[in-house]
Design a protein. Structure first.
Length: 158
């Protein structure tokens, strides 16, 4: 596909693309991967710390501490997004801050903040789920399919 587009370019456009490639700085892929790994690891470490706090301070079990841990991580992410801190972390960390649940909360909160002047329903409600809606639908459908597979396999095992 890219070759077909290049065939349609005139000579001056081809020269410009070649010049632009020579001037473009190289992408620091290894550095970006390390940053993403460190940032994602620190977010997971914070989540583990919160889980341990729920287990030891509030007598949760390992099984029941997961949901409040996720809620606290989402709350922290939303607060940091509101103060503009999460965006700075995301610029440094890249995918390391986008992949965990905190990145999902950041994307929803950012859209809500950006469109709050348009009203609660059409602004915040309508735009907040543009990005998140597909993720929610995919997650719901995936959970449904996994549930059916689990149900079918569980019946076969009995």
């Amino acid at each position: 596909m890219a070759n077909k587009n290049n065939e349609k370019l005139i000579q001056a456009q081809k020269k410009y693309q070649e010049l632009a490639k020579t001037k473009e700085p190289p992408r620091p892929v290894l550095k970006n991967c390390i940053r993403a790994f460190v940032a994602g690891g620190l977010i997971c470490l914070a989540g583990q710390f919160i889980t341990e706090m729920f287990i030891h301070q509030f007598d949760f079990t390992e099984k029941t501490a997961g949901n409040p841990t996720v809620a606290v991580l989402i709350l922290i992410s939303v607060i940091l997004t509101c103060f503009g801190v999460y965006d700075k972390i995301a610029q440094w960390a890249g995918a390391g801050s986008a992949v965990p649940v905190t990145g999902f909360a950041n994307s929803m909160c950012s859209a809500a903040i950006e469109h709050r002047s348009e009203g609660l329903v059409l602004g915040v409600g309508g735009n907040m789920f543009k990005l998140a809606g597909s993720v929610i639908v995919y997650g719901t459908v995936s959970a449904f399919v996994v549930g059916i597979v689990h149900f079918v396999l569980d019946i076969g095992g009995k």
